[in-house]
Design a protein around this ligand. Structure first.
Ligand SMILES: [Zn+2]
Length: 230
């Protein structure tokens, strides 16, 4: 116990309490049994890729991440070093106080929910919550149609279950908090749920053994209405 406490104490530097909560959150979120990927330091490190691949399709999807992981430092070098303190509500017309907290809630298979589900009518516009770049656009059985962006401090933002992508959206493009990414939907494993955006924020990396999903809700601020909406 003393050892654990001293770990917490030593992390009480500039980032203080937030760091403490993150450490705690990470230990809540990922079973120690998870995950070895190419280039992984330790099998005890939390996985940024979910469950271990079993089928050939899952192995292929895992392998597809490798070039994207290599691109991350290039984006990071072009962005501020400190992560954003505020994120702008990504779903048009939803107030932050309307979001029912679903972070770290139990999900099937012993996993915890690693993001916030933001419910809105199908086809509601989804904007980037932070400035940065579009990192990856794809479609998978769990997330359905999804977009990952990378922002300041190398943080990744995951927007999943999109009904469709914004026209012309492409990987590598600059985004601001006014950039349309797509539209709320039910793709992937959300097909039997009311339409919602699964919004997730990831920090650190598996290679450094400090990967974690953080709760976006405390960081979210309301999106100002567009002049045309008033
Ligand atoms: Zn979700």
């Amino acid at each position: 116990m003393f050892g654990r406490l001293s770990v917490y104490k030593s992390s009480m530097t500039a980032t203080g309490l937030a760091r403490f909560v993150l450490v705690l959150g990470a230990s809540l979120s990922w079973p120690a049994s998870q995950a070895v990927t190419p280039g992984t330091a330790s099998p005890r490190c939390p996985s940024e890729f979910g469950a271990e691949p079993r089928t050939p399709a899952e192995h292929r999807r895992r392998a597809e991440w490798v070039p994207y992981q290599r691109q991350l430092p290039l984006y990071e070098a072009r962005l501020p070093g400190k992560p954003d303190r505020q994120l702008v509500m990504p779903v048009s017309g939803v107030r932050v106080r309307q979001v029912r907290d679903t972070f770290a809630r139990p999900r099937g298979g012993g996993r915890l929910h690693e993001g916030q589900d933001i419910f809105a009518p199908r086809n509601t516009p989804v904007y980037s919550a932070a400035a940065g770049f579009v990192w990856r656009i794809s479609e998978t059985p769990l997330g359905g149609k999804w977009v990952f962006t990378v922002g300041a401090g190398g943080r990744r933002y995951y927007y999943a279950h999109l009904e469709r992508f914004a026209a012309g959206l492409r990987e590598g493009q600059r985004v601001t908090t006014s950039t349309l990414l797509g539209y709320v939907g039910t793709t992937g494993n959300a097909r039997d749920t009311p339409a919602h955006l699964h919004f997730e924020v990831n920090e650190g990396s598996q290679a450094r053994c400090d990967y974690r999903a953080i709760d976006p809700l405390p960081l979210l601020v309301d999106r100002p209405p567009k002049p045309s909406d008033r």
